[in-house]
Design a protein around this ligand. Structure first.
Ligand code: AHZ
Length: 317
């Protein structure tokens, strides 16, 4: 009997020794609920105030939009707002094809992976990242840290600001926005008016499908600013990726398009699950936007430039 009691005491001692963790008796610093509320709202509304006038608005934070934002993070005096309708930025870049994990990137687009320090397996003419989310989380972390960039997610671009002057003709001058949950409920409620952010250049990277895919070029078509949006053609990896990068451009004054939105406008083939064109198209779009800013600053030479944009560097081939 005494032996049994002694063993039970040993077990209790052991149990105590092995159930201790470095987090036992952990205690947080004090806080009040209003402090939490003000910490969030004061910053959000300060950002809205600051970005009511911005240099660049990127619509859509998929692989093309994020690559554009990453390139623009190298120009700290260019103010950039990203507007993403989803709660989670990243678009289709959290997975590879058919919801598989690996992400395939054709060379030479792997140079951006080297820059971001995203590891990959080298397969010769292409590389493979073990999980698409590794690319997306890494580029997001760089973009979100950049002091010149603000992401407004859960926010949809519902329409464009379009103005006209003698120098440029019709040009895009901003984004008409609303909470995405509001945008998706216009049919269920009375009029719920939007907010507006002005920009000097918009980069539209809204992809090809989803509830609002290719919304930028579709709106331009309804406004008569582009003639048609035929939609992407059938899959052909070899021609698709070159075409998307080649056709990335300022399609009307003040609006650059990139990523799969280019294929929607120009009827280029789709590439399926190879992502190099998205990276390069996004990076090229950043340089098209910088060129547009410099051109506009030169046109507005009597007005003091809000941004001093340095000469663009050549995109890495
Ligand atoms: O939520 C959308 C997504 O994150 C967002 N978006 C679309 N319309 C919007 C709007 N306001 C705000 N009106 C909006 N945000 O835009 C993002 C588009 O990302 P994506 O990954 O769909 O497009 P992408 O062009 O960056 O990358 C396409 C990737 C594809 S599709 C494809 C194929 O089907 O063949 N191949 C590749 C590599």
């Amino acid at each position: 009997m005494r032996r049994i009691v002694a063993r039970a005491a040993d077990a209790h001692r052991l149990n105590q020794a092995f159930s201790e963790t470095p987090f036992d008796n952990f205690k947080f610093e004090p806080i009040t609920e209003h402090q939490v509320s003000r910490a969030m709202t004061s910053r959000y509304f300060k950002d809205l105030d600051e970005y009511a006038e911005t240099d660049v608005i990127i619509v859509g934070a998929g692989s093309a939009g994020l690559s554009c934002a990453y390139e623009l993070s190298k120009y700290p005096n260019v103010k950039v707002a990203i507007i993403e309708q989803g709660v989670a930025p990243g678009g289709g870049a959290w997975l590879g094809g058919q919801l598989f994990s690996a992400m395939v990137v054709r060379k030479p687009a792997h140079t951006i992976l080297d820059e971001l320090e995203v590891p990959y397996e080298d397969e010769g003419d292409f590389v493979v990242i073990k999980h698409a989310s590794l690319f997306t989380s890494t580029i997001l972390s760089k973009v979100l840290q950049a002091p010149n960039i603000k992401l407004f997610n859960a926010t949809a671009v519902e329409d464009l600001v379009v103005r006209e002057d003698e120098l440029r003709g019709k040009y895009v001058g901003g984004a008409v926005t609303n909470w995405t949950l509001v945008s998706l409920n216009h049919d269920t409620q009375m009029c719920m008016d939007p907010n507006v952010l002005e920009c000097k250049v918009m980069v539209s990277s809204t992809g090809h499908d989803g509830p609002m895919g290719a919304s930028g070029v579709k709106r331009l078509q309804r406004l008569g600013m582009v003639t048609g949006v035929p939609g992407m053609a059938a899959l052909d990896m070899n021609t698709a990726e070159d075409a998307v990068v080649r056709n990335t451009r300022e399609v009307v004054p003040g609006m650059v398009i990139c990523g799969m939105e280019v294929a929607e406008l120009d009827g280029c083939p789709r590439m399926g699950p190879t992502f190099g064109a998205m990276f390069m198209s996004g990076q090229k779009a950043a340089h098209c936007a910088l060129n547009s800013l410099r051109r506009q600053n030169a046109l507005d030479k009597d007005v003091p430039s809000r941004v001093a944009v340095p000469a663009p560097e050549l995109t890495k081939a």
